[in-house]
Design a protein around this ligand. Structure first.
Ligand SMILES: C[S@@+](CC[C@H](N)C(=O)[O-])C[C@H]1O[C@@H](n2cnc3c(N)ncnc32)[C@H](O)[C@@H]1O
Length: 325
């Protein structure tokens, strides 16, 4: 009887032991994973959230109509801006601009140039014939136009209103600047889209032969405003405007490493620049790509950087001139 009992009970006991062992191992695994995640500050359910957020954060752009219209509102009062903000998809941007007191959501005030452009000039990188793509109201152009080593400055922007403001600012200061400095070269401005500027406006850009191509193209916040498709057209146009080999294309754009909560313009990664936008190695060479701080209107700065926000500063060389399609 006793031996019968042993054969019945023991196997059951062994199965129970094995099940308990498996359960204990599983529990340990779950606990150690949770601890590791909480130690790193990542919530255990974070993965799907991160993917969703980066998709939304990196790819949202505003419409070309927004850029055409935003400068119209520069001189409207706060009340009018609030009315405008109720009507469109871009309402949040108008609202933020109003609260910040800036003329546009990127206006850093007092007609100041972007510090990254100033630094690039001081490092001797910006010289000769310069083109400013998406020049807005021309702060960077006017800064460069006063400087030694700059032969000419041309700015273009999609917004006719921005170009009108830039042109009238220059008209107001040109005489005084000419008197003040022998370096002054009066900037020219042009309303055009970066997606077809070379094909449509070669003459207006003063390009008659290879010598009159640009030495430097600067992009202070334009690339991240464009869809991927428009960005491809844009760099193709720039390749038709830059001196091959010696010409340089400098881009300042918001980076995917930027932790700020605002969800436009789109964020740009080094991987996208190297493996998509400038991936044609016979045509482009990325000479440098590094983090930099981008100046923002005071109330639109980063949570960590005051009135600055994390961006990429990119230096690109065009190896050959693109043929007309
Ligand atoms: C973020 S703002 C930067 C303005 C100026 N570069 C600055 O540093 O303050 C981007 C500018 O790009 C212009 N823009 C947007 N799409 C454009 C396009 N397709 N062609 C030319 N300019 C464009 C906008 O009108 C706007 O002035």
């Amino acid at each position: 009887m006793a031996s019968q009992l042993r054969t019945i009970v023991f196997p059951r006991r062994r199965v129970c032991c094995e099940i308990s062992l498996v359960l204990v191992v599983l529990l340990c695994l779950v606990l150690s994973t949770t601890n590791a995640l909480s130690g790193s500050g990542i919530p255990s359910n974070a993965n799907s959230n991160i993917e969703d957020a980066s998709e939304q954060l990196s790819d949202r752009i505003l419409s070309p109509d927004y850029y055409k219209s935003v400068y119209k509102n520069i001189n409207t009062n706060q009340e009018q801006r609030r009315e405008i903000s109720k009507t469109g998809d871009d309402a949040d941007v108008f609202d933020i601009a109003s609260k910040a007191g800036g003329r546009t959501p990127w206006d850093i005030g007092n007609n100041r140039p972007q510090p990254a452009i100033v630094r690039a000039y001081e490092e001797g990188k910006i010289k000769g014939r310069v083109l400013d793509a998406g020049c807005g109201v021309g702060e960077n152009c006017i800064f460069l136009a006063k400087k030694y080593g700059i032969d000419s400055v041309t700015g273009f922007d999609l917004s006719e209103d921005a170009i009108k403001i830039a042109t009238s600012t220059v008209e107001n200061i040109a005489a005084e600047q000419e008197e003040k400095s022998s370096f002054w070269t009066t900037p020219k401005f042009l309303a055009a889209s970066c997606t077809d500027v070379a094909d449509r406006h070669r003459e207006k850009l003063g390009i008659t032969n290879n010598e009159s191509l640009f030495d430097v193209v600067i992009d202070s916040g334009l690339l991240h405003c464009l869809s991927k498709e428009d960005a491809d057209d844009y760099v193709n146009q720039i390749s038709k405007l830059l001196k091959p080999n010696t010409g340089r294309f400098y881009i300042g754009c918001f980076s995917t490493a930027n932790p700020d909560p605002w969800d436009n313009p789109r964020r740009i990664s080094e991987d996208y620049l190297r493996n998509e936008l400038f991936s044609c190695q016979e045509k482009w060479e990325i000479l440098a790509c590094r983090d930099c701080w981008w100046s923002r209107p005071p109330t639109r700065g980063s949570s960590t950087g005051g009135a600055f926000s994390l961006a990429l500063w990119v230096e690109v060389r065009c190896l050959e001139q693109a043929k007309d399609d």
